[in-house]
Design a protein around this ligand. Structure first.
Ligand code: AMP
Length: 210
């Protein structure tokens, strides 16, 4: 199955993609995680992407399209994949179509902006392995420490409140038009926000009939 996770930053795409990935036995491709790794490693792509990311702006489409094509060419993606955070613009979605990178279903996680802002202030990430936590909704077993690899958890630079507002603005302006794009192709499925991670997962399973 080839799935795109759509939704505002902080809507829960990464969390739900991780759960679905385990359930379906297919990898999640997160351009955000790939870019953060590139920034950390100081590669040319990372150096180019850093200033956009720190400012809550989108990285240029040509950079993203290159990263995505490379990631999806891996043998682990042959049986299917879950795309988390990509495509994020109409040109990215068009480039995917041109390259024959098709999708079966686009899950739109609908969460009101005010819920997003509250949620992102509690988000913590592991700088070593990329796992995400939330101080209230999904805390690690030991406060401030990654369950998976033991590294000290941090607040992502782009989760600072003013950057969150910029990212939401970017989402509404540049990513939301993808809803109509995929609706027109009969691929869009809307998942309404629920009170817990488990309830959203249940809603997604119902939508995908799995
Ligand atoms: P994310 O972890 O998906 O929220 O991504 C973090 C940041 O990486 C975003 O705010 C963008 O600056 C950049 N980014 C990730 N994916 C994309 C994409 N598909 N298009 C453009 N920029 C992206």
């Amino acid at each position: 199955m080839k799935i795109i996770m759509l939704g505002a930053p902080g809507a829960g795409k990464g969390t739900q993609a991780g759960i679905l990935s385990w359930k379906l036995g297919i990898p999640t491709i997160s351009t955000g995680n790939i870019l953060r790794a590139a920034v950390k490693a100081g590669t040319p792509v990372g150096l180019q992407a850093k200033s956009y990311m720190d400012g809550g702006k989108l990285v240029p489409d040509d950079v993203i399209i290159g990263i995505l094509a490379e990631a999806l060419a891996g043998p682990d993606c042959a049986k299917g994949y879950i795309l988390d955070g990509v495509p994020r613009t109409i040109p990215q979605a068009e480039a995917m179509e041109e390259q024959g990178l098709d999708v079966d279903v686009v899950l739109d996680l609908e969460v009101p902006d005010e819920v997003i802002v509250a949620r992102m202030s509690g988000r913590r990430v592991c700088p070593a392995c990329g796992a995400t936590y939330h101080i209230q909704n999904a805390p690690p077993k030991t406060e401030g420490v990654c369950d998976g690899c033991g590294a000290k958890l941090i607040v992502r630079a782009d989760d600072a409140p003013e950057t969150v507002l910029d990212r939401l603005h970017t989402y509404h302006e540049q990513t939301e038009p993808l809803l109509a794009f995929y609706e027109a192709r009969g691929k869009l499925r809307t998942v309404n926000n629920q009170p817990s991670i488990e309830a959203i997962t249940a809603e997604i399973y119902r939508t995908l009939e799995i």
